[in-house]
Design a protein around this ligand. Structure first.
Ligand code: KG4
Ligand code: ZN
Length: 368
């Protein structure tokens, strides 16, 4: 099956072409991502209407580039299915991708299926990449799976008994972990997106500045709660208060202090994620833990969750770095599974199969 995937839920305009015969036999023929990060950086976060305007500007070019890269000459005969992200995401941004997908589906008389963005992140663990080890290879033995999905809009623990069954068992009660990275970065005067900046600063502190230690530590919110929910808003506030208190004491917020705060925040956030994930994995008797979403690019989280998972005797997987952020290859793959599951190309069909409580497409979730 040749599937065209379209993703416009946030600040990446992405289109991919995949040949998928089975979960073990996937070829990514094109994976084009046009990022708007620079544009939104000056606002310190993604501005929904601006994102939508950029998607409108870029989508035709991204589409043409994807077809050219994949070597598609005759869309009508060479493409079997179109998959588009219908949510969750920024309303105006989602609408651009959905309207574009509906138009090409109509012109070329192709089946169209709407897919859940978070499922896409989960399936990114199956996407092939040269010489990449941590990807799933022993397909059937991997189930049951516990997914830790960490992005700018979501922090979720989702059980998966087979390719198409998902059960949400825990989520954040307030900010998503990526959102916390972004907000803490803003408090520290670092740029957007905050995740890569925080982790780079934390690394510098680990390598060079331990000697200048101020002994900064942050709480691990909800680490001992009996459920699998998370909370990151208080952690962000703790950073805010720490900066305020240091300033009150007359301490100048120098680069060294920023690095130490970044390090302490990253330690606290990742420790909560890892401890609760391992606890949930034990209680649910899963065979493997899969990490996904934009925050899965974080080296400390990847390394420490891998170590903890393997120590617990379970299989660990996280996507190749190229597929941690938003992309359309994962959407095409989600389209493949949704199409197989529903046996229908009704764009609303996979909404019913989603673990997100969405009623109608698109799901107009908003991020500040
Ligand atoms: O999945 P994603 O690309 O978009 C959403 O669906 O939200 O995730 C974006 C999030 C941002 O909050 C960004 O700061 C975070 O992923 N992120 C990271 C890292 N790289 C990206 N967070 C921590 N460490 C990183 N290295
Ligand atoms: Zn995402």
């Amino acid at each position: 099956m040749t599937i065209l995937g379209i993703e416009t839920s946030c600040d990446e305009t992405a289109i991919a072409v995949l040949d998928i015969n089975s979960p073990e036999d996937i070829t990514v023929r094109a994976n084009i991502v046009s990022s708007q990060i620079k544009l939104h950086a000056e606002f310190g976060g993604v501005v929904p209407n601006l994102a939508a305007r950029e998607h409108v500007k870029n989508i035709n070019h991204v589409f043409e580039t994807a077809l050219k890269t994949a070597g598609i000459i005759d869309f009508a005969t060479e493409v079997d299915l179109i998959a588009v992200t219908h949510g969750p995401g920024l309303g105006p941004a989602l609408l651009v991708g959905i309207a574009f997908a509906k138009t090409i589906a109509m012109i070329h008389k192709k089946p169209l299926i709407g897919v859940d963005h978070m499922r896409g992140h989960v399936y990114s663990n199956w996407l092939p990449d040269k010489n990449y080890e941590l990807r799933i290879t022993n397909y059937e033995k991997t189930f049951p799976i516990l997914n830790l999905i960490v992005s700018g809009g979501h922090t979720e623990l989702v059980l998966m008994n087979d390719y198409e069954s998902f059960k949400l068992i825990g989520e954040t009660m307030d900010d998503a972990v990526g959102e916390a990275f972004d907000k803490v970065a803003r408090l520290l005067g670092l740029g957007y997106p905050g995740g890569p900046q925080i982790s780079a600063r934390a690394e510098i502190w680990k390598q060079e500045e331990r000697s200048k230690k101020k002994g900064i530590e942050f709480p691990r919110p909800m680490i001992h709660s009996k459920d699998y929910n998370f909370s990151f808003s208080g952690l962000k506030t703790a950073v805010l208060y720490k900066i305020r208190d240091l300033k009150k004491e007359g301490v100048e917020i120098t680069g060294d202090i920023i690095n130490e705060i970044a390090h302490a925040f990253q330690e606290a956030a990742t420790e909560v994620l890892i401890q609760k994930t391992i606890q949930a994995a034990r209680e649910h008797g899963v065979s493997s833990i899969l990490l996904s979403g934009g925050v899965s690019a974080n080296t400390l989280l990847r390394n420490n969750l891998r170590t903890a998972t393997e120590k617990a005797g379970l299989i660990f997987s996280c996507p190749p770095l190229a597929y941690t952020g938003d992309n359309a290859a994962m959407i095409a793959l989600a389209g493949y599974f949704a199409y197989k599951e529903t046996g229908s190309a009704d764009p609303d069909a996979s909404v019913r199969a989603s673990w997100q409580s969405v009623d109608m497409q698109p799901n107009l979730g908003f991020r500040d």
